[in-house]
Design a protein around this ligand. Structure first.
Ligand code: ATP
Ligand code: MG
Length: 571
């Protein structure tokens, strides 16, 4: 299992933090934050940021605040606040007591600081560092220029402090319609960094907010709200993705301009996670949900944390994935199969085994006593003796996997064929004596014999078989619906679509196959969320869609181990 001391080589951000801890730069401890905007569900990219921010807090006996960065009322919703809170708690389960920063058991909300933020904005105006501007949104853009074209001063830039204070108060009081005025920082319209060209700090939006209701009709911009929220919460290290690097001078400009008494937070940037066959734009994920390409944000094919959880990915596997990919400053794309490898590795250790047949072929064992049900001992998890064993019923009629039989076997096929003997897992040697076909010539049933002396799987006469196959006893089997998932996209980089093209063209039409399978009776009592290994087939997670009549299982991941291939490709 992972441990706090396991990170032997520190990433560059942890190095910086370690230096600050050694130098006792923050006597009150290390405080980070994870600041999602509640405008969608969290995805695997967010998991990287969560593991980094909460990980650093945990490793340094610090705290990481979960903060809703909710300054944009239009697209935000409590549904997202709740899902984000649930997903974070799930992902850092076991860590939370040590590092999760909450306020009275709930997340922090940037919108709780609207009053304080307003006060700081007034202070900037009083210091001559901000002014109310009457340019329209379109003119504001034009005046700003572009990286290769200098900006032009707004005609309102020299407005007096008194007039700006008066107008800002009236903006807050609701006197002006949306888009008619903004509060802007007075920095430098000719700066080579466009973010410093008198950025907007506040805009007017006569829209209710999911957390503050109708209390406000002016809302702070991200760049103003974020640094001040960090300061208010006593954040020491404000860690974000690389696209915010160009915002950092503004982050510092605002905080330094406010003459604040406590130590200021600092921003550090790392490369975001990109992954093959995966799209991480919340806007597009929302579009997939709204256009019913998937069943919801928690569809097991979604790259969301709730989707992966429903699919059966353990939190520990996602954390291990984040540990393996590391944290750096160069953007790259991680192979989806690395995540699957981590999932297999974790589930191999933890998941109980079970017998299930996805594509059943009926086998009648002619020399087995009619009506007799035997109970055979089966190991629950060979990787974990503590999981013990269970009893699996065996009878005269069993199902085996269609793929485990060939009427005319090729040279490299060692499983069942007419006249051939194989081992039934935990049971007996079984020999196929003949086949039964339907009118179309399809094999629909096998007639077979078993050797009672081979109970438990070995022959006393030393006879060898070349294959062991799984099975379920027909009389005791339960019907289960199994949902087989494949990649949601067929293209490796679904977000790389040309202007005007539809990213949905890359969707995999066969990403979901639903089949009816037969399973050993113990699977009828599995609780939703439990992942089992169906022997020889893969890992399967019980879904909450189950009914009293029928269990439903999502295939989490197949058994095939592709890490060797990944490493070969890299080397
Ligand atoms: P949007 O898609 O709406 O632009 P976002 O993906 O940036 O949003 P936020 O809610 O703003 O989502 O993200 C919260 C935090 O997660 C931010 O600090 C952001 O930098 C980080 N984050 C988002 N995507 C990734 C990613 N792919 N890899 C690592 N961190 C990420
Ligand atoms: Mg964002």
């Amino acid at each position: 299992m992972e441990s706090v001391s396991e990170n032997k080589s520190l990433d560059f951000i942890r190095e910086i933090v370690a230096g600050h801890v050694r130098g006792q730069r923050y006597p009150d401890g290390i405080v980070t934050r994870f600041p999602p905007e509640p405008n969608g569900y969290l995805h695997i990219g967010h998991a990287k940021s969560i593991c980094l921010n909460f990980g650093i807090a945990r490793e340094n006996n610090g705290r990481c605040n979960l903060r809703m960065d909710d300054t944009n009322p239009a697209k935000e919703d409590v549904e997202y606040v709740d899902s984000i809170t649930g997903d974070v708690n799930w992902l850092i389960q076991g860590w939370a007591d040590h590092c999760l920063g909450l306020k009275d058991g709930a997340p922090y909300f940037a919108s709780d600081y609207f009053g304080e933020l307003y006060g700081y904005a007034v202070e900037l105006i009083k210091k001559g560092k901000a002014y109310v501007c009457d340019l329209s949104p379109a003119d504001t853009d034009t005046y700003r220029g572009s990286p290769d074209k200098p900006g032009k001063d707004s005609p309102f830039r020299l407005r007096s402090i008194e007039e700006s204070l008066d107008l800002f108060a009236r903006m807050k009081a609701g006197e002006f319609p949306d888009g008619t005025r903004t509060l802007r920082a007075r920095i430098d319209m000719s700066s080579s960094n466009v973010w410093l060209r008198d950025p907007i700090l506040y805009r007017i939006r006569h829209t209710d907010h999911h957390h503050t209701g109708s209390a406000w009709c002016i809302y702070p911009m991200y760049d103003f709200a974020h640094c001040v929220s960090d300061y208010i919460e006593g954040i020491t290290h404000s860690i974000c993705t690389l696209e915010f690097e160009v915002h950092r001078p503004l982050y510092d400009w605002i905080l330094e301009g406010l003459d604040l008494p406590r130590p200021l937070p600092h921003q550090y940037e790392f490369a975001r996670l990109n992954m093959t066959y995966t799209m991480m734009s919340k806007r597009r994920l929302l579009d997939l949900v709204q256009s019913h390409q998937v069943s919801g944000w928690d569809d097991p094919r979604m790259p969301t944390i709730s989707g992966m959880r429903r699919r059966g990915y353990p939190a520990a596997a996602i954390r291990e994935f984040c540990r393996r990919i590391g944290v750096g400053k160069v953007e790259n794309t991680i192979d989806l199969s690395l995540l699957e490898f981590c999932v297999r590795e974790e589930l191999n250790r933890t998941a109980p085994r079970a017998l299930a047949v996805l594509k059943p072929l009926k086998v009648v064992i002619d020399n087995y006593p009619d009506g007799q049900i035997d109970l055979l001992e089966a190991v629950n998890n060979p990787e974990d003796p503590a999981q013990g064993s269970r009893q699996v019923p065996f009878g005269k009629v069993i199902y085996i996997e269609q793929d485990d039989f060939r009427e005319e076997p090729t040279k490299d096929f060692f499983r069942l064929a007419p006249g051939r003997e194989v081992r039934l897992r935990y049971a007996y040697f079984l020999k196929c004596e003949s086949v039964v076909k339907d009118a179309a010539g399809q094999v629909v049933e096998l007639r077979a014999t078993y050797d009672p002396a081979t109970r438990g799987g070995n022959s006393p006469d030393g006879r060898k078989v070349k294959a062991t196959i799984h099975w379920v006893a027909a009389e005791k089997a339960v019907d289960v619906e199994v949902r087989l998932y494949d990649k949601l996209f067929t293209v490796a980089d679904p977000s790389d679509v040309k202007e005007g093209a539809d990213y949905k063209a890359g969707l995999n039409a066969r990403s979901l196959t639903v089949i009816n399978a037969k399973a050993e009776p113990s699977l009828a009592a599995v609780r939703p969320g439990t992942v089992c290994q169906f022997e020889r087939l893969g890992y399967f997670c019980a879904d909450a869609d189950a009914t009293a009549q029928k269990m439903v299982f999502n295939r989490t991941v197949t058994l095939k181990d592709e890490l060797a291939k990944i490493e070969k490709r890299k080397g």
